[in-house]
Ligand binder design. Structure first.
Ligand SMILES: [Fe+2]
Length: 163
């Protein structure tokens, strides 16, 4: 069973891989377009797990520094959610869609880098004894979320998950 930090990192790697697939689908519009709802779905679930389970634990254990790290991360999540909502609007397509998506991924890459270089090492140190339990909680929640909100791949309209 993966602990909270391993889970978060494996989600990050998954999104990176999906993004690579998107980038390598040069010119193949169909394949490109189908990657977007899948990535948005992954990101929305990941953000919800962090916000509901992981960040509160970081705030609780890391005091003021934790609150600052969480605040910064939440701001980035908000920006991410705005972009995801745009991309999930069914009328949104074409080059504008690609532009918003690329912008979203730039933000995600920055967020991942920051989280892995600052928040996660701090959490590793201060939450050590709780990481397994938090990881378990995150995994359970993830299962709930993925079974109740599958991305609608056939229509390319993405997930109905509220973000
Ligand atoms: Fe994350």
């Amino acid at each position: 069973m993966a602990n909270a930090i391993e889970l978060i990192k494996s989600d990050h790697r998954k999104v990176e891989q999906l993004y690579k697939r998107y980038q390598s689908a040069n010119g193949q519009t169909q394949q490109k377009q189908s990657s977007i709802p899948e990535i948005c779905h992954e990101l929305a679930i990941h953000a919800q797990l962090e916000e509901e389970i992981f960040y509160p634990a970081v705030e609780r254990k890391l005091g003021r520094e934790g609150a600052e790290l969480v605040n910064e991360a939440l701001k980035e999540h908000d920006e991410m959610k705005r972009a995801i909502s745009k991309l999930q609007a069914s009328t949104f397509a074409g080059p504008e869609c690609d532009r918003v998506f690329q912008e979203l991924m730039k933000g995600v890459q920055h967020h991942v880098k920051e989280e892995e270089s600052e928040m996660l090492p701090q959490a590793e140190q201060h939450l050590r004894s709780e990481l397994d339990r938090i990881g378990q909680e995150m995994q359970q929640k993830k299962q709930q979320l993925t079974s109740s909100a599958q991305p609608n791949k056939s229509s390319g309209k993405g997930t109905s998950l509220s973000v």
